[in-house]
Design a protein around this ligand. Structure first.
Ligand SMILES: O=NC(=O)[C@@H](O)[C@H](O)[C@H](O)CO
Ligand SMILES: [Co+2]
Length: 408
């Protein structure tokens, strides 16, 4: 049949940062795109797809999304993990793109249609000091954001997570450093715990109590430290405290939950519903941070969100610069359709990215919309892509002052 898969190509390009994209083409020449980018380990997913998955796909019926997902999940024998689930995600999203194009509809129509007019997003504000942070919050508000994540350099710590080193006007920082393993040897949780409430206090004084403020702990606290910070932030009513403690041990969040009502968001580094089962079932979190790009695609992430809905837990998908426009579009279609949508992260990509990825999604008045083009609404410019060669890039590694490796 014309919808049999004729080819599956792995496309690597690096407009401002590395992206890996899967393009599936049917016998009839209909193409679908999937985001296969895994920040800092990109070539492992490129190989997983090129060397192991692509040969299996040729000849399969592109309409069989669920069957292909199950084939790749159960047929690999080895289960879960970011490389496998990012590879499966890329295939899944590319097949959804094809199916929606063949149906002549934007992808969200196949997911039950829109449940709202737009998708609330949050932008990144950061600063090397509180004045710079305030300027950054003002910039995001001026750009139209209605919710803002706030991160700032911690007095006494030279390097710090999430603070853009770029001149003002650009919210996004690119954590992946090209060709070098960026080691940060300064982390001091006590300084951080003393500083963050003061940061919130100053932003609330400057911008009032209404503006939704988010903060990312980035996995660096023990559960009791996370409980302390959650409690200390309660007067400032954060929209959420993200990744407050490593959550491979999902039960650790019981301790945090006992001490604070600050809403908790977890999961950008996770990739299957099993990583969330206790967190959701025991109401230990309020938002699921997983992305379609790393959690087995629309098929995988939809299952997580539907499970979360049973427990009143909402979505809060990862949308940093290492989620490509393809991954961003997939997120927006799912965000638009599900009932238990919470918020979507939106770090603006570097302008170079739009030379390779042409996307239909829009941002205005605090919200994004995936657009009404058939499919995902993203096209890939191969000629432009060839201008940006891949360069190995690594995420930072944190070490405490005494040299011990710590969570970054
Ligand atoms: O909430 N956003 C984040 O935590 C990001 O900064 C992640 O560290 C990077 O996207 C990892 O590739
Ligand atoms: Co985060």
């Amino acid at each position: 049949a014309g919808t049999r898969i004729r080819s599956a190509e792995v496309l690597i390009s690096s407009p401002s940062r590395n992206f890996v994209t899967l393009r599936i083409t049917t016998e009839d020449g209909v193409t679908g795109l999937g985001d296969a980018t895994l920040n800092g380990r990109e070539l492992s997913v490129a190989s997983y797809l090129q060397d192991h998955v692509a040969p299996l796909l040729v000849g399969l019926d592109a309409h069989r999304i669920e069957d292909t997902w199950q084939l790749l999940y159960r047929g690999a024998y080895w289960r879960r993990g970011p490389v496998t689930m990012t590879a499966i995600a890329a295939v899944d999203v590319a097949l959804w793109d094809i199916k929606a194009k063949l149906a002549g509809m934007p992808l969200h129509q196949l997911l039950g249609g829109a449940s709202r007019d737009g998708v609330l997003v949050y932008g990144h504000a950061s600063g090397r000091d509180l004045d710079a942070l305030h300027d950054s919050v003002r910039e995001r508000i001026a750009e139209g954001f209605h919710a803002v994540r706030i991160q700032a350099a911690v007095p006494g710590i030279r390097t710090v997570y999430g603070v853009s080193s770029k001149p003002t006007g650009r919210s996004s920082y690119e954590p992946a450093q090209r060709a070098t393993l960026a080691v940060e040897t300064e982390w001091d949780t006590d300084r951080y715990l003393r500083f963050v409430p003061d940061m919130f206090d100053s932003v609330r004084q400057e911008f009032g109590v209404e503006l939704p403020l988010l903060h990312d702990g980035h996995h660096r606290m023990t559960p009791i430290q996370a409980a302390r910070l959650g409690k200390d932030l309660e007067p400032y009513r954060p929209f959420w405290l993200e990744d407050c403690t490593p959550a491979e041990n999902q039960e650790a969040l019981r301790l945090v939950r006992q001490h604070t009502t600050t809403p908790l968001a977890i999961g950008e580094v996770m990739n299957t519903v099993w990583d969330f089962q206790t967190l959701i079932r025991e109401h230990l979190i309020d938002f699921v941070r997983a992305s379609a790009a790393h959690t087995g695609g629309i098929t995988g992430l939809r299952r997580v969100f539907d499970y979360a809905a049973l427990y009143g837990v909402r979505s809060g998908s990862h949308g940093a610069t290492d989620i490509s426009p393809v991954g961003m579009a997939a997120a927006l279609h799912l965000d638009l359709a599900i009932n238990n949508f919470g918020i979507q992260e939106y770090m603006q990509h570097d302008p170079l990215v739009a030379e390779v990825f042409h996307s239909a999604y829009t941002f205005a008045d605090g919200c994004m919309h995936p657009g009404d083009d058939p499919g995902l609404g993203v096209t890939y410019d191969d000629a432009a892509a060839d201008r940006f060669a891949y360069e190995p890039a690594y995420l930072p590694v944190a070490r405490r002052v005494d040299g011990t490796v710590h969570d970054w």
